[in-house]
Write a protein that binds this ligand. Structure first.
Ligand code: SF4
Ligand code: SF4
Length: 115
């Protein structure tokens, strides 16, 4: 991945409209790069909410946007954001997220490391 320009740095690769999310997890299942997961959210009816945990790993495949039944996810236009290529680390993280029932993995340095 080449370094993003000042212009592309301002744009997020994936944007979520949380009030539309019904926590179905469909986007988490289809993401190949371990970008998305479900975070605990006491304000959500299900107790979970979509979370874009690793935006830097997004490859811009649009699978999440296409999978979301509630039009809650938007992937940046390729002309406006420089997406990276998928890495072995990203694939392994995705496998861990799925094995964790789509729940967010603890970040490095957090307690109760499961990853
Ligand atoms: S665009 Fe692809 S890689 Fe990026 S979050 Fe969506 S499914 Fe994952
Ligand atoms: S697919 Fe849409 S509604 Fe389902 S968890 Fe993802 S953002 Fe939420």
């Amino acid at each position: 991945m080449s370094e993003p320009t000042k212009e592309t740095q301002k744009i997020e690769p994936v944007v979520v409209i949380k009030k539309r999310c019904k926590s179905c997890k469909d986007c988490v299942y289809v993401c190949p790069a371990g970008v998305l997961s479900m975070a605990v959210d006491v304000h959500s009816i299900s107790g979970l909410m979509i979370s874009v945990d690793y935006p830097e790993s997004c490859i811009g495949c649009n699978l999440c946007e296409n999978a979301c039944p509630d039009i809650a996810l938007f992937v940046a236009d390729k002309s406006k954001y420089q997406f990276c290529k998928i890495t072995k680390e990203a694939k392994e993280r995705q496998a861990k997220i799925l094995a964790n029932d789509c729940l967010s993995l603890p970040k490095e340095g957090e307690k109760n490391e499961k990853a």
